[in-house]
Design a protein around this ligand. Structure first.
Ligand code: FAD
Length: 443
């Protein structure tokens, strides 16, 4: 292929989606990927006989969800796991209070009701303000208005802060109050026993994907684009750049002429977060059966507050916990043993000697990943939800940005990556095409 119709930068879900759709609609496409693998932040590790999703795990809501249609279309198996969006009570959760004792059913229900009550007030408060207020400040205003006791308010405050950290990997003081506006979960959530990576593998079939091609410069103009890699230049009619916001802002890719407004401004207001996953596999379960998650309240849960029981995936007793914001930044300089020791101290504070040493541990290092520089983007204070879509404004008719950060409806997700890839394909083709074209067999 001498000069492809489209040069796609990045073989994550956004890049693979746009490439597959364009190619199915008769366009020649080359995908350039810096890593030696596809999938980007959808990364299933299959070492040591285990299947572990080191990047995305969940579809956060399967109702009216093209992503769920896609995974079903590709024949992927899924398992229901609904507390992935930090819900207070949609499934059984074992809450442990600040004193380490488990809350009884009435106590847990009362707490969840408080969260939902505060959340309703908070949503109304946020709807009334523009951008420029932090989520933490909106929480304080709301808690100040409900008039609860200090202890009752503190439990809800810490829940809302932890939800922000777990959903967006950022401290609530650094997130715009509107940063969780699109964090709605419609229907059950699911995870994938065979790995989310099967989605990337399915999308990639038949595409011209060039691994190990690091893109360092993109020139664009009326004649098309020239994409420079460490292994030569690929020219094309258009380019779709799907690299994460972190990679785009780091200067690793020079765009010439530079991105104009309004794209540049929107990019400036989004930042990559600090968020890591820690998987611990144990010889046997020490936690209660039939709970989806364990949560710790109070100061002891400042860092390690939530553990998700992934045992249903493969039968091995496994919990997943997250390091976010300050915790993620602090442990960045720690070795694995120190991180595991810290997590185990927190678990033993609840379960004591019942917590054996884990048989296997996996810890992600997305903050140090040069092709991601974080896990996903969040809205800094002063940004607007529209900044996501603005980022995808076509530049000069030849340069398109796509990827999780460019989709306002459900940013920071695999859904966003998929939908943004579909939008870029429609824009390049100059007409709407059904997203079902991704998975329906060709005639
Ligand atoms: C720890 C973690 C947990 C997550 N959990 C969930 C979840 O449960 N559910 C959910 O929906 N989402 C989750 N996400 C977010 C989700 O993974 C991402 O939103 C989505 O995968 C992003 O896809 P993308 O195509 O936009 O970007 P990417 O997957 O990052 O793809 C971009 C590609 O560009 C490549 N690239 C970068 N720089 C260059 C360069 N200079 N030259 C060439 N190639 C380059 C990268 O290597 C990468 O392959 C999670 C992410 C992480 C990291």
């Amino acid at each position: 292929m001498s000069r492809p119709d489209a040069v796609v930068v990045g073989a994550g879900i956004a890049g693979l989606t746009v490439a597959r759709l364009l190619s199915r609609h008769g366009r020649s496409v080359v995908v350039l990927e810096a890593r030696d693998r596809i999938g980007g932040r959808v990364h299933t590790d299959r070492s040591d006989g285990t299947i572990t999703d080191l990047g995305a795990s969940w579809i956060h809501g399967i109702d009216d969800a093209p992503l769920f249609d896609a995974v079903r279309g590709f024949g992927m198996r899924s398992v229901e796991f609904t507390v992935g969006s930090y819900q207070p009570d949609s499934r059984p959760i074992a809450y442990y209070g600040p004193d380490g004792r488990r809350l009884d059913d009435a106590g847990a229900a009362a707490f969840a009701a408080d969260v939902r009550d505060c959340d309703a007030h908070l949503s109304r408060r946020i709807a009334d303000i523009g951008s420029g207020t932090s989520y933490a400040a909106a929480v304080e205003e709301t808690l100040g208005a409900v008039g609860w006791s200090a202890e009752r308010a503190e439990r809800v405050r810490e829940f809302l802060h932890h939800r922000t950290e777990e959903q967006y990997g950022v401290d609530a003081r650094d997130l715009d109050a509107h940063g969780l506006d699109d964090d709605e979960t419609l229907g059950d959530e699911v995870i994938f026993p065979d790995g989310y990576g099967v989605l990337a593998d399915s999308l990639a079939v038949g595409l011209d994907i060039r691994l190990g091609h690091f893109v360092s410069r993109i020139e664009w103009g009326a004649d098309g684009v020239a994409v420079h890699t460490d292994r030569g230049v690929v020219g094309g009619a258009v380019t779709v750049v799907t690299v994460p916001v972190g990679a785009l802002k780091s200067g690793a890719i020079v765009i010439e002429p530079p991105l104009p407004e309004p794209v540049a401004g929107a990019l400036g207001r989004l930042e990559m977060n600090d968020f890591e996953k820690i998987f611990l596999r144990f010889p046997e379960k020490f936690w209660d059966d039939d709970v989806y998650a364990i949560r710790r309240q109070g100061p002891a849960g400042a860092w390690w507050h939530s553990w998700y029981d992934l045992t249903a995936l493969h039968g091995t007793p496994t919990v997943l916990t997250f390091a976010a914001a300050d915790c993620a930044r602090t442990i960045r300089g720690w070795d694995d043993a120190r991180i595991v020791g810290s997590v185990l101290d927190a678990l033993r504070d609840i379960y004591g000697d019942a917590v054996a040493d884990p048989t296997q541990v996996q810890i992600t290092r997305w903050q140090d990943d040069p092709f991601a520089l974080g896990s996903y983007a969040y809205m800094t204070v002063g940004s607007t939800t529209a900044d996501h879509d603005v980022l995808a404004t076509p530049v000069g008719g030849v340069l398109h940005l796509a990827g999780e950060a460019t989709w306002t409806d459900d940013p920071a997700t695999v859904t966003a990556a998929l939908m943004s890839g579909h939008r870029a394909a429609c824009s390049i083709l100059g007409r709407d095409i059904p997203i079902e074209d991704l998975w329906t067999p060709t005639q």
